[in-house]
Structure formats: C-alpha cells, structure tokens
Design a protein around this ligand. Structure first.
Ligand SMILES: [Mn+2]
Length: 292
C-alpha cells in the first residue's frame, strides 16, 4: 500500500493535547479536517483544527502525558465534499488497521459520515448534538452537515445510534429517527433529571463493543460555547457534558470526532470545551482499558 496518505499532513505547529508521540508509539491519532464548504449559516469551522491545537497548549489537563497521542496534521483544503469524505475515510481506515484510535478534528459535522462508517458490528455511534442531522436534502444538496446522519443510516442499516442533547429538529427528522429506532435524549431531559440521563446513557452503552463518539459543540448552550456555526439556545452545561462523556466512554472509545467549533465567532470557550471533551473521553476510555 502506498503511503500517499501521509503527504496529506502538511501542518507543523502546536500539537493537539500536547501530543508528541510518533504514529507507531501512539494509541490515539489525531488529524485535522479543515472543511466547512456545506455551511448553511456561519462558515468558519475550517479554522477549528488549528484553534483546538493552540487552545490545548494553554489548558492544564491533568494526566495528559498518560494519553499516548500522535497528531498527524491537517488534510488538505478542499471545497469538494466527496474529496473530503474520501480522504477522511482512507485516513481513518489506515489508523484503525494499525489498531489505533482516530481523533478527527473538524471542521463541519459532515466528516462523521466517512469516519463513523469505518466502524461496524457492535460499535455504537454516540453523538452529542443540538441537531439530529437527519434531513433528506438541504439547500439543494443531499450530502451536507444537516443530512449526513440520514445518509449514514441509509447505508449502514440498523446500527445503534444515540443522540444526546438534541433540541432543534423538524418533523421529518423525528420520523426518520423513529424509523431507524435511534435513541434521543433531549437537552431538556438532561437539564430536568441529570442523574436519570447518566443512568440511561450507561444502559444504552452497556452491551456494545465500544463506541464511536461524535462531539458537536453546539450541544452546549451558546452562552458556554458561542463559537459554533449553528448556535441553538437551551443547551446543556459543560459539567453535564463532561460527566455524560465519561459515562459513555467507559464502554471503550474506538473513534472520536470533535466538530462545528467556529473560531470566527468564539470567545475561546467553544474551543476550550472541545479540548476538554476529547480529553475526558480519552481519559475515561484509557482508564477502563488498562483496568481490564
Ligand atoms: Mn449540530
């Protein structure tokens, strides 16, 4: 197999969560996807991979040195959703074939269509998001940040999908969620009975062969994370976000992405919360695997 995929990674600068490991030494492998070409409201998430690295250099993350992480750099800029999906799919496949955990730094949520598709048979897809992303079509295209989950379900069939923190969706999307028997825990349910939500997410991820975790920062209330491309009021708080991430990550994290951070509208908090979210998922997952 050629190593052309390595040449996609041209960015040299601050690294994600202090990662200094080589690809071979690493358990976790981060790469950036600076893509926001289907943005329907506020473009700018293409700048997030760099921002997440810069922010992670300034945060104090206890025990980060115990996370063996390599940062490959960014995929090349493109305005083609097909090209982006092809590259993300190839890179994730390569990382998974080496029995490592990929961490995709978006960019917009569409990338998850390619990355999550590389995990099948028993790996649950756990998504934190204000939205369901189940539209059939939006603004005259069928593959974009509002439709990717519908395309995923159409191609994968009845995989286990859990969405946490949802609050903004259409009737069409709710019908689609019911058809594919998705589990939805709304932001209101998290706010009204947090303990019940923790028990529920633990139950939903108790019998799976690990999880793929997709973290859309618009799940947080915009007051905590203004820098997202599609802010929706009435979101969850960072403390609830982190505890729910720890609860699901105990099932074992097989892949992660963090998407929709938009530095052009941020005061630093969406990026900081995004770094912490990934850090807590890796820490919870690492603790689980070393104790078994
Ligand atoms: Mn969203």
């Amino acid at each position: 197999m050629s190593e052309d995929w390595i040449r996609f990674h041209f960015y040299k600068g601050p690294s994600f969560i202090g990662s200094e490991k080589s690809f071979q030494e690493a358990d976790y492998v981060a790469f950036g996807v600076p893509f926001d070409a289907t943005a329907s409201y506020r473009p700018g998430s293409r700048f997030a991979p760099l921002e997440l690295r810069v922010m992670s250099e300034y945060l104090e993350l206890p025990g980060e040195e115990s996370i063996l992480l390599a940062d490959l750099g960014d995929l090349p800029l493109t305005n083609s959703v097909e090209a982006m999906l092809k590259r993300v799919g190839e890179v994730v496949e390569k990382i998974v074939s080496e029995e490592k955990v990929p961490i995709a730094l978006g960019g917009e949520h569409t990338l998850t269509l390619a990355s999550a598709s590389k995990f099948r048979s028993g790996v649950a897809l756990v998504i934190f998001d204000a939205h369901l992303d189940l539209r059939d079509e939006y603004m005259d295209t069928r593959i974009n940040h509002t439709t990717w989950l519908r395309r995923f379900l159409e191609s994968s069939g009845a995989e286990k999908v859990v969405i946490i923190g949802a609050r903004a969706y259409t009737k069409e999307e709710v019908e689609c969620a019911e058809k594919f028997e998705m589990k939805i825990i709304t932001s209101a349910e998290v706010l009204q009975d947090f303990e019940k939500a923790v028990v529920e997410v633990r139950r939903l991820t108790s019998d799976v062969d690990g999880i793929y975790l997709s973290l859309d920062l618009d799940v947080l209330d915009p007051g905590y994370a203004p820098g997202v491309s599609n802010p929706e009021p009435g979101g969850i708080a960072p403390s609830h976000f982190f505890e729910l991430i720890k609860a699901v990550s105990r099932a074992g994290v097989r892949g992660v992405d963090v998407v929709e951070v938009n530095p052009l509208f941020d005061n630093g908090q969406a990026a900081a919360n995004a770094v912490y979210a990934v850090y807590y998922s890796l820490l919870a997952s690492s603790t689980t695997s070393s104790s078994t």
